[in-house]
Structure formats: C-alpha cells, structure tokens
Design a protein around this ligand. Structure first.
Ligand SMILES: [Fe+2]
Ligand SMILES: [Fe+2]
Length: 176
C-alpha cells in the first residue's frame, strides 16, 4: 500500500463520523460525547502520524513546503474546535455551529490534501518511499493513540518547527 491510500482510508472513515456528528444535535449527551471521542481517536493519531512520516519529510523538499505548512495550520485549527466541543456539555446553537465548522474544516482539509499535497508528493517521492511511509504511518498510529492530549499537542508544535528547533520540544517530558 502507498501512503496516499493509507491516508485516504482514514479520511473516508473520518468523513462518516463527521456526518454522524452533525446529525447528532438531537441525540443524547452520551451519544454525542461518544462520537466526539471516536473522532478524536481517529483524527489525532492520523494527523500526528501524517505529520511525522509524510509532512515532515516533504517540508524539507523545495516546492512542497508552503502547502504542507498550510496543512499543519489546518490540523491545529481542527483540533482547537474539537477540544472546544469536547468541553461543551449542552447542545445549543453554538454546539451545532461548531460541529458544522469542524466537519466543513476537515472536509476542506482532506480535499486539499488529496488533491494538492498528494500531487506535489507524487512529483518528489519514489513509489518505494511512498510504500515505506505507509508502513511507518500504520505502525505509528497506535502508539500515538496511547498518548495524552497535551503530549499530542506538543508533538504538533514540534512537527511545525524546523528540525533543529523541534528536538527540545520533543524531549520535553510532561510526566515530570
Ligand atoms: Fe490526512
Ligand atoms: Fe491532514
């Protein structure tokens, strides 16, 4: 499998969950929280592993840098909305609007990724490299799933930095 197919498989799963979320305004609080948790469990490991094995190498290659940087920013935006939704317990106008904003934002991000980023990556990556990336991606995701929200956020920030600045952030241990 190539990295593009591995990423698309997750994207398709996420789209279904986001549709369910937007349709869940009248559902019980438990159902809604369960859906938000499922989205979190799909989105965060996907985004962190995608940054580590796909975005980070691409960001070092001329010509792909600016669209990849745009991708990191959209990850951050989606995760901020998700966290706000997670903290809200009542369904009101704001909840409905935020759920819709999350869905639209992620769908927009996925479309850009599958069109612009995949096309740019296919120009610069060999097929064997795209295969290795898919393997690394699948191995990394379950590890990230075990991490805390804070640790995952720190990793997002480290992924955004040039490598020489990222190391101290990655080595910061939240458990101390
Ligand atoms: Fe993605
Ligand atoms: Fe992404």
């Amino acid at each position: 499998m190539l990295i593009y197919e591995a990423l698309k498989k997750d994207h398709d799963k996420l789209k279904v969950l986001l549709n369910d979320l937007v349709g869940a305004a009248d559902a019980s609080e438990e159902t809604r929280n369960d859906l938000i948790q499922q989205i979190r469990d799909e989105l965060i490991p996907h985004a962190r592993a995608e940054e580590a094995v796909f975005y980070n190498p691409l960001k070092e290659i001329d010509g792909t840098q600016s669209i990849v940087m745009h991708g990191y920013a959209e990850h951050m935006e989606a995760e901020t909305i998700l966290r706000t939704l997670q903290a809200m317990n009542a369904v009101n106008v704001e909840w409905t609007a935020l759920a819709k904003k999350l869905k639209d934002g992620i769908e927009h991000h996925i479309a850009e990724e599958e069109n612009e980023i995949f096309a740019a990556a296919q120009q610069v990556l060999a097929v064997e490299e795209a295969e290795l990336m898919a393997e690394a991606f699948e191995q990394l995701k379950p590890e990230i799933r075990k991490g805390s929200f804070m640790q995952n956020t720190l990793d997002l920030i480290a992924n955004l930095m040039p490598e020489r600045l990222a190391a101290p952030i990655r080595s910061f241990n939240l458990k101390v």
